[in-house]
Design a protein around this ligand. Structure first.
Ligand SMILES: Nc1ncnc2c1ncn2[C@@H]1O[C@H](COP(=O)(O)OP(=O)(O)OP(=O)(O)O)[C@@H](O)[C@H]1O
Length: 432
């Protein structure tokens, strides 16, 4: 075992025994790269190429795992690096094998003209407390499936981190090849619905409504595509597993018609979900061990990673993209907020009832409060379609000139916005 950190480190080689891994934490500002010298190894389900250095993105925490033994070389100053032969990888890959067999059965049923319900592959939802390794297990199951030629759909309901687009969004995307170690989840075809806050407690009804929209759209896509249906879904969830968080987990299981629930690292949650599914023979609730390699992150760190995700959307993971700055007149765009903070009944005037439709749209006046916030660009044609529409992308407000009635923003692409209907959010990012 070796520990690192701080001072310059010369390139060093690790000889990994079969079924062991090298865990590395990369600092925010010093590059680290890795190279396969001998054998085979993978990073969360994606194989290291046989030749050449692979840059490990800043701030990432990875494990280089080998099934049959490997020698790897590490270059750069890491925050920590050590090897471990205690991993749950065998159980994870066995889970993958079971899912794969279900996919094959679904494909065979479709070929024999079975009804869509009988040719549905696994709809896997991964649940567990914060830092139990949910996103990592999603990556592995997706990459292993893609390696075998399936195109499973990745659904990310974790608005706190947002691994497909940006935080505050629930999204889905087909995974057609093992997830790139450097670039992460592909951004080309996401289906994204914008919630606009990092926690569902702000507007749980909106969160639920958006999950329903996403699930319906995926159902429609699946009904015309037996291969996607057979490949199924891998659904990532939030780490909030108590009270409202637990209620929303139950909602997501139902809304996405999950038939496999993988519970990471918490016996109590597994028991509760197993009890809830006891009259549903088509749902399997499986308990899996958490990897000791999962690195816990405190709220401040999470807040920082949220900001970095937003920055990465505009500037790229390797800071290699150049966003475009643009100016619009206030009159050229309409900004809406979906739902509002619901005042408790006790705070309302006597006799008044809370708002009837918590998902209703509210037009928002453009103000300087919007500077540094993210706005989503809706695909809706009319304002009343905003809640049910997915979004084309996001802009970041850099200036609001009240006198000249002009809003300045950056966007990933040049040219006019694809729509004039924008959704406000509480997500901010401050350009350093
Ligand atoms: N075996 C491992 N070795 C080293 N780092 C790991 C390992 N497994 C996971 N990690 C890292 O630990 C961190 C937390 O893992 P992950 O994001 O999968 O947890 P999570 O349960 O999805 O968290 P959240 O509740 O925030 O969504 C990530 O940075 C991930 O890359």
């Amino acid at each position: 075992m070796a520990a690192a950190g701080g001072a310059a480190q010369p390139p060093r080689q690790y000889k990994l025994a079969p079924q062991s891994e090298l865990r590395v934490e990369v600092p925010p500002d010093a590059p680290v790269r890795v190279r396969l010298v001998a054998g085979t190894a993978e990073v969360f389900g994606t194989e290291l190429p046989p030749e050449g250095w692979v840059p490990v993105p800043p701030r990432s925490k990875i494990a280089i795992f080998t099934w049959h033994g490997a020698t790897v070389e590490l270059d750069g100053v890491s925050e920590s690096e050590y090897t471990s032969d205690e991993t749950p990888m065998v159980v994870y890959v066995n889970t993958h094998a079971i899912l794969d067999a279900r996919r094959a059965r679904a494909r065979a049923a479709a070929a024999q003209g079975a009804l869509p319900e009988s040719s549905q592959g696994p709809r896997v939802i991964i649940v567990g407390p914060s830092d139990s390794g949910k996103s990592t297990l999603c990556k592995m199951l997706l990459s292993w499936a893609a390696k075998q030629g399936w195109k499973p759909t990745y659904v990310d309901l974790d608005i706190g981190q947002g691994s497909i687009t940006i935080p505050g969004c629930i999204s889905a995307t087909p995974i057609e090849k093992p997830i790139d170690i450097v670039d992460g989840i592909p951004l080309e075809m996401p289906l994204a619905y914008f919630y606009g806050h990092p926690s569902p407690s702000v507007s749980p009804d909106v969160y639920r409504a958006l999950m329903k929209e996403l699930a319906q759209t995926l159902d429609k896509q699946f009904s015309g595509n037996s291969e996607s249906r057979a490949a199924g879904m891998i659904i990532n969830t939030m780490g909030w597993v108590e009270n409202l968080g637990l209620e929303l987990l139950h909602n997501s299981i139902e809304i996405f018609k999950a038939n496999v629930i993988l519970v990471l690292g918490q016996e109590k949650l597994w028991k509760m979900l197993k009890d809830a599914a006891k009259n549903k023979p088509n749902i399997d609730v499986v308990k899996l061990h958490k990897s000791e390699g999962v690195v816990p992150r405190n709220p401040k760190y999470r807040q920082k990673t949220r900001s970095f995700r937003i920055k990465e959307y505009f500037y790229g993971i390797a800071n290699d993209l150049a966003p475009h700055s643009n100016v619009v007149n206030f009159s050229d765009v309409s900004v809406y907020k979906i739902g509002t903070h619901q005042a408790p009944k006790s705070a309302l005037p006597i006799g008044a009832e809370p708002v009837a439709d918590p998902t209703r749209l509210v037009a928002v006046n453009i103000s300087t409060d919007m500077v540094h916030t993210v706005l989503a660009v809706s695909y809706a044609k009319e304002p009343d379609e905003i809640v049910s529409s997915n979004v084309a992308g996001f802009i970041h407000v850099t200036d609001v000139d009240i006198q000249r009635k002009k809003l300045t923003y950056i966007a990933p692409c040049p040219g006019d916005l694809p729509s004039k209907l924008l959704i406000a959010s509480s997500l901010t990012w401050y350009e350093a």
